[in-house]
Write a protein that binds this ligand. Structure first.
Ligand SMILES: [Zn+2]
Length: 300
């Protein structure tokens, strides 16, 4: 015992030692099925995902599913960098980042994966993000795609992915993502943020309303404020993207029972959080009811 304790002192923090004792007690208490060897226990405690393994909401089964899943991030700006950071740190096994832009100085206040060096090197956002993320976890497969999502490439890029996460800043691309995801049966999460507020809604084809069920027409260019016209609060971006990833992790772990299934609206400045029921109305939706994919067809 003394030997074991001495070694633990070198490799583990005090809180981890406390947890080991708790865990050891559990091992003595629980059935043989759950019993781990002491060696296995040490591996478990020093695992990169230890704090997630402890969570009842994730655990070993959830972690295994995350490690075996793949996600596409559409856009690597404010939302996209926070999404990518969270997905990779959570252990999502394959992350595809799609963005055509290069990094500019006024991105740095909210786009958390970039720094001044990236600007000096003139790197595209997708490439700079991939380099940073590989330094965070070299076991994750990260695939940068330096391109806009278009009708011509979207199906090829998202095919086989388990989820698509919205990091875009325009409704034209969102309508395109919606059609491609409904067509291929891939869940996706709509998110948008501007000024101090934003929203998130999870779309599971065949289960929930799709984007076009509740936004019937493509909004005109001057119909809604944008970050370029009214600005955006960096913390609001972090909050919205984090809520988006939380919903995304539930989908990747097969925990759809825990999805909020409402349009989540958060104002970071006001400190308000609301959730609105989104229901399909009587009018048939051209995308998820009629399977007419106008945006996909238009660009071909
Ligand atoms: Zn629909």
């Amino acid at each position: 015992m003394k030997f074991v304790l001495t070694n633990f002192r070198y490799y583990l923090s005090f809180s981890q030692i406390q947890l080991i004792f708790k865990r050891l007690k559990n091992i003595l208490d629980v059935s043989a099925k759950e019993t781990k060897s002491h060696f296995g226990l040490l591996q478990y405690m020093t695992n990169r995902y230890f704090k997630q393994l402890l969570l009842a909401e994730i655990g070993e089964e959830g972690q295994k599913r995350l490690n075996g899943s793949s996600a596409v991030i559409a856009g690597c700006g404010g939302l996209g960098t926070v999404i990518a950071n969270n997905l990779v740190r959570s252990g999502v096994g394959r992350v595809i980042i799609v963005d055509r832009d290069f990094i500019e100085l006024d991105n740095l206040h909210r786009q958390i994966l970039f720094d001044e060096d990236d600007i000096r090197k003139g790197l595209p956002k997708a490439v700079a993000a991939a380099e940073k993320l590989r330094r965070i976890d070299s076991d994750i497969t990260i695939e940068p795609v330096v391109a806009d999502l278009t009708a011509g490439n979207i199906e090829q890029i998202i095919k086989g992915a388990d989820i698509v996460l919205d990091g875009t800043d325009n409704f034209e691309t969102r309508f395109l993502i919606n059609e491609a995801c409904v067509k291929l049966g891939i869940p996706w999460i709509y998110a948008g943020v501007v000024a101090t507020y934003g929203m998130v809604f999870s779309i599971i084809p065949g289960e929930t309303p799709c984007l076009q069920c509740f936004i019937r027409e493509l909004p005109g260019p001057d119909e809604s404020p944008t970050c370029d016209t009214v600005g955006v609060l960096g913390t609001a971006v972090n909050i919205i993207a984090s809520v988006e990833v939380t919903e995304g992790l539930k989908i990747l772990m097969g925990r759809q029972d825990s999805l909020i299934r409402k349009l989540i609206y958060i104002d970071a400045w006001q400190g308000t959080w609301s959730a609105y029921e989104i229901k399909k109305d009587d009018k048939r939706c051209p995308v998820c009811d009629e399977r007419q994919f106008a945006f996909l067809e238009k660009g071909k």
